[in-house]
Design a protein around this ligand. Structure first.
Ligand SMILES: Cc1ncc(COP(=O)(O)O)c(C=O)c1O
Length: 425
């Protein structure tokens, strides 16, 4: 009964909405104030859109992902001026320099520039699991398992066994032990070769793996001769959250994949790092997958800036994410449910207390300018978020989201909670 009343209310609220297309972007450069911002264009534009026949200014706050950032003037300039060579011949100076920098930063022997995180994880799996019948063990909620189209089976012929991902992104090591095949070379069993972990954990809302878990995992892996690969797409967020150098996190790992195009904001690129012989094999796998790029120094020039200049500002994303999450818990009327202890980095996952309002409907409302909004908030605010795994909503902070944007997103969330309770009453 409640549910049907609420969904009618939600629908009527939806009917009040005029959708606005994404705002155009103003360029605001703040060199000297916040170096990170200099490398990016910020979403500060205000579009004029008609809502109920009135011209309004709508500001967009894009919290869909930390992949949405766009390179700003300094990054574009570095790209435009990059001296290039043919990287398939190892002749691109910026790629070579970026790979050396990455190996040093991540405490690995060598590194390789790869077009995407998905390809980098796939190459890692292909190199660690080289024989037909090899198997990897992954968390059941890992990006590798859920979002990479089963590429390791589809393209590399590698079988996956899963362990249950726990709320903090770890898994139970006894369960892992039970999944390791002890029967090999008995012809019934695949050969367990690899364990993959994800840090920070995307689906679980940017959770940071505890160092103790990684150390214990490595001991277990060593016991059975397994390799440990970390999908560290957001490793730098983990390092900032823990206050340690990324190489400390990676000590128990044989290889790692770190994305330059998420929190670090490069337009393209992932660094795959590991021992020299692993990277030599990875070069071959990358070529087979069509990822051997030619004058990719244009991209590596941006990647170098991402690695050197962009980590220090991640703390700001974490702070803004926490501010938002805290405000949701304090919202009156209480529409949102957030586990504050789980907000460790730049991702906030929350639930709607009212089953009558689905995450999809909520995201549509947040992304539109609603009736009465301009009068209440002083402007239209479009906050873009994704409905996410387990009936949650996910919001991700990044370079293009300022403290002011965060406050606007809070105001919008509070406005919707009030409107929703009024329409429900
Ligand atoms: C944890 C994790 N790993 C891997 C990837 C894949 O990266 P890409 O989009 O560059 O393929 C993502 C993308 O969001 C991710 O969140």
């Amino acid at each position: 009964m409640i549910s049907s009343t609420l969904s009618v209310s939600a629908r009527s609220l939806l009917r009040c909405i005029k959708r606005c297309p994404p705002s155009s972007r103003n360029v605001r450069h703040m060199l000297g104030v916040d170096p990170g911002r200099f490398y990016y264009d910020r979403a500060t534009a205000a579009d004029d859109r008609a809502v109920s026949g009135v011209s309004v200014s709508a500001h967009t706050v894009d919290l869909r992902s930390d992949t949405v950032t766009k390179p700003g003037t300094a990054m574009r300039q570095a790209m435009a001026e990059a001296e290039v060579g043919d990287d398939v011949f190892d002749e691109d100076p910026h790629v070579n320099e970026l790979q050396k920098m990455a190996a040093d930063i991540f405490g690995m022997e060598a590194a390789l520039f790869i077009p995407s995180g998905t390809m980098s994880n796939l190459i890692a799996v292909m190199v660690h699991c080289r024989e037909r019948g090899d198997e990897m063990i992954v968390g059941d909620l890992s990006h590798l398992h859920v979002y990479e189209q089963g590429g390791s089976a589809q393209l590399a012929g590698v079988h996956s066994a899963t362990v249950t991902t726990l709320a903090d992104g770890t898994f139970d090591l006894d369960q892992l032990d039970s999944k390791i095949r002890h029967g090999y070379p008995d012809a019934h069993y695949p050969h367990s070769r690899l364990v993959c972990v994800e840090n920070t954990h995307n689906i679980l809302g940017g959770r940071v793996l505890p160092l103790s878990f990684l150390r214990e995992l490595r001991s277990l892996a060593d016991k059975y001769g397994l390799a440990v690969h970390m999908d560290g797409a957001r490793l730098m967020n983990a390092a900032v959250a823990l206050g340690v150098h990324p190489s400390v996190i990676l000590q128990p790992c044989h290889t790692v994949s770190v994305c330059l195009s998420k929190g670090l904001g490069a337009p393209v690129g992932t660094m795959l790092c590991g021992p020299k012989d692993f990277i030599q094999k990875a070069v071959r796998a990358r070529k087979a997958l069509g990822g051997g790029l030619r004058q990719s120094g244009i991209l590596a020039a941006a990647g170098k800036i991402a690695l050197t200049d962009m980590t220090s500002r991640l703390e700001e994303d974490h702070r803004n994410a926490r501010t938002f999450a805290k405000a949701l818990t304090q919202c009156d009327p209480p529409l949102y449910q957030v586990d504050l202890a789980a907000i460790e980095t730049n991702i906030v996952r929350f639930r709607l207390r009212d089953p009558g309002l689905s995450p999809t409907e909520f995201c549509e409302l947040m992304g539109a300018v609603c009736e009465g909004e301009v009068e209440t908030l002083g402007q239209g605010v479009r906050v873009l978020m994704f409905p996410f795994v387990g009936d949650t909503v996910r919001a991700v902070w990044h370079l293009d989201i300022s403290e002011e944007d965060t406050q606007l997103a809070i105001k919008k969330a509070k406005f919707l909670a009030q409107q929703y309770s009024i329409k429900k009453a």
